[in-house]
Design a protein around this ligand. Sequence first.
Ligand code: FNR
Length: 424
Amino acid sequence: MSFYAGERQQKIYSSGASGKRPIVPVDLTQLEEAARKKVPAKAFAYIAGGAGIGQTIQNNRTAFQSYEIIPRMLRDVSVRNTSVELFGDKLPSPLLTSPVGVLEMVHPRADIALAEATSSLGVPMIFSNQASRPMEDCAAKMGDSPRWFQLYWSKSNDLVASLLKRAEASGCSAIAVTLDTTILGWRIRDLDQAYLPFLEGKGIAQYTSDPVFQRLMDEPDDPNAPQLKPKVTLHLLKTVMQMKKNYPGGFWKNLRSDRPLKAVRKFTSIYSRPSIKWEELKFLREHTKLPIVLKGILHPDDAQKALDYGMDGLIVSNHGGRQVDGAVGTFTMLPEIIKVVDDRVPVLLDSGVRSGSDMFKAIALGAKAVCIGRPYAYGLALAGAAGVTEVLSNLMADFELNMALSGCTSIKEITPDTLRKVRY
Ligand code: FNR
């Protein structure tokens, strides 16, 4: 799959000559404001928010300012190649979509629209464990386009094994295990709205479509799990109706069934295991042949440990600043992690990537690729699959032009000496 920035620019400018503006803002930082006006306040708070006062979100952005690009001249950049290879897949650009759960909050076609958009470009989609649609339904729309599955380590190892099996059957090229969310962060915007979408039965489609989860629903809940006992109000009845609507089969089929409620209760009692330790990674290794990538690594010692445990890749991530407030920006930690990893496995980076220049800097310091989260969710909110396609295409075009104008014609030419560390 090839992609050319020049064609993208031409398309936009020639549409402009006919009086048409782009369907979503080209500036990825402006997208957020446009989406804020479109989506319900609770959904927007859930997506845009971070942990605590949002210092980590800010740190992610300022980290990219700590290095600057020094463009080089007269190097014949008329032909460019931005493609990279990752776990046997050829990518048009060093870009993937981060797993983002509960996309139904912003668009009814949710993950399906995302699957259509990413596969139209050949950009790998990482299916979220908290998706609004089962991975099989997305895979069915994607042809041969690359996809990964992101796993949250449930309290049930049987469920983990089942999800891994389904990921293999859905044609995934890798498993990304998210390590930073064994407990939900203190997200003040969601707390102020007193809103968690999972309690409406949203974002649990990978569970309700799973045969092991269906079996677990008939087993007693963990007595130590937090019990939610809301007072019966009109609002609660509306929430229960939402659960029935969101459960497979839809509202009318589930009208008299208690399974939608059971599913939410079971989900809240088993979704994550805060007791998880390094040794347990062996379980994953025994249950999948796919490469295992650890998402959420920030410390070089953890990167070393991942290698010691035979992991196949890392995503330097702080979950888009949603977990620990005041955590280090991901780009700040990249050089130390790259040094430890020493080219033994691919290192990816997400959290705060908002431009082709951010991508360039991450590649220059040794990342194999970057992932983006919120920007494509905003594109989805504003214009469905077409909105996501625009966001991803714009970012790839921006990256290609930055690469060319800096004097590089391919990824391997984007080396550390294309940058200078800013001295304050
Ligand atoms: C996320 N993220 C996330 N990560 C994950 O491993 N599984 C998930 O289900 C989710 N869900 C999710 C929902 C929402 C609304 C957001 C914003 C994020 C984190 C995501 O994969 C990624 O790490 C960040 O979004 C990257 O940061 P940016 O690009 O959003 O700044």
